[in-house]
Design a protein around this ligand. Sequence first.
Ligand code: FES
Ligand SMILES: [Fe+2]
Length: 388
Amino acid sequence: MDRKVELELIDELRRLAASQSFFLDEVVARSPIETYLSETRFAREREAILRRLPQAAAHVSELASTGSFLRCDVHGLPVLLTRDRQGIVHAFLNVCRHRGARLVEAVSGCAHRFTCPYHGWTYANSGPLVAAPHFESGFSGIDKAGISLKPLPVKEAFGFIWVVGGPGGTFDFDGYFAPLADELDALEMAAMTIAAEDRMDCDANWKLLIEGGIESYHFRVAHRDTIAPYFEDNLSSYRALGPHLRSVLPRTGMAALPEATRDGWRMRDHANLVYTLFPTTQLLVQQDHVVWIRQEPLGPGRTGLRLATLAPTGGALAEGKSDDYWRRNHAITMMTLEEDIRIGEGIHAGLSSGANEHFLFGRFEGALDRFNRTVTDHLDAAAARKPA
Ligand code: FES
Ligand SMILES: [Fe+2]
């Protein structure tokens, strides 16, 4: 993070803490319940947002060597990630171009070629069809050279493999991440490894789960037995960086930092940073590691979650820390996130009760409104693109 920005953000929160006030938006906002419940709305979100924008489908350590591959789902699409002999990463639909069989069954491994289990069409890990039994006899007039696995836009950046889960076309990844590329680079996540992880499906709309991670109003109550004592009550700030959000949640020590030590102030030592990389990737930056939250919205009321602790493998942040240390950290994170997830599921269960027509976002919950407005803006833009 730019040093000037880092100090401005720290100063802002220290001022707010000193005056016992909060980071406030102009007005109270409302979020309609239908936004979280409606099948139609979810279908529009999938088409206009989820399948049009990048998600961190894997960490680079999962696709480290040439020939490695990884199978995953990206917004309901079966995806195969590969790293070819040149070290270039590819993302394909994991679907054979003959009659559509699932090409690769293994979840991960190493292979330079993939042979379809149905009739044996064989593809290079860079995509082209390289062999097919009796092709010349049975497919006369068809150009084998013109048949390849269907590619998806993909980019290796900031330690992740980013995939746009919609076939065809290209995506301007550099432009999309430009507002925070320097900050993400500085986290050196490419040099990290997955120290521990959990995966689960939960019964809540994906936006409710994002919302739970970008305000600290709930800490004193929902997290009273876990992290609440370490954080300022209801104090957090946020900035929109393009469609993304950077939230800062100060720990209790930040306000008391002596001014004389200003040159040594480092945000990560005194606050949690949450990057919400629109739409479904969240990075929770802690003092010595990063928690990566990957969302896979499955329906309006169902969301797959992958929660991984990324730990540094070398340097000062890794010094003296054992595997057990990272696993314990992960367990503490999970305890807190599970509190959030249970609350999210409870909210979802009550959506159709009729108790609320909309939710209220208080002025210190402005990040939630900002996030939902970004969703709405994308839906509106997609509607405007459609021919009348
Ligand atoms: S479906 Fe793959 S070779 Fe026939
Ligand atoms: Fe929480």
